[in-house]
Design a binder for this molecule. Sequence first.
Ligand code: 6PG
Length: 266
Amino acid sequence: MPRPYSVEYRVSEDREAVSHAAAQHFVDCARAAVEARGKARIAISGGSTPRQTFQLLADPSHPYRAQMPWEKLEIYWVDERCVPPDNPDSNYSMTRENLLDRVPIPPEQIHRIQGELEPEEAAAKYESEIRGQFRLEGAQSPVFDLLLLGMGDDGHTASLFPHTEALNEMMRIAVANYVPQQKYNWRVTLTWPVIIEARELFFLIAGEDKADPLHRVLHGRYDPETLPSQLIQPRSGKLLMLLDRQAASLLPPPDENGIGKMEINR
Ligand code: 6PG
């Protein structure tokens, strides 16, 4: 049953500006988590949009690197393509190249999805790693401090693609998902019941190709089989979206501060 939630969307001029906004949000949320709990458990998405944000976080010529408590971060992935870690299409490879190789996060605090394994084995190992790290008992769900999502032009998020099995998974933390419509048919993904538990959950979306799917996700009929991003109804009741002007072009215009709000109540 859909759960009501509020959306705050912050619109930046372009891809570079929204990447800066995302970098600052990362720092702010990570620092708050470390302040409150001594560490920041962060789950990141891959794809192309976060690349510039990761570069900005790692770049000492910008303020973010110096502000970030790197040694207190625990890095996880929201999803991964089932390919080896040195495959340039792996989310780990993109993150390593643009961030991990350039900042001082202790290697034991980087929790990679082992895409080189058989998909179900990779999912089971990842779930076991998360259970151990979060010290979960029984059916408890991990609560990430910060979770970054992207959205595809088909309305997918994580590796929750339209009309795929993972959309129906309610019990597992991570699953292998067969995605016939993608170049890499097998993916490992966090499940949506886990994703929505995150303390701070935000989408980072840029580009004119995302304007129509984003409008349908927020304003269209509730149809998560076709628009899986509609499953992301945060337990906190608050969803943040960091958008560039192109991606936001079909949404109600933001206020003079570039901020728009809407209540989703389906
Ligand atoms: C992946 C990502 C995926 C991504 C969207 C958007 O494995 O591709 O985790 O969920 O966030 O596909 O990708 P872009 O940022 O490249 O548009």
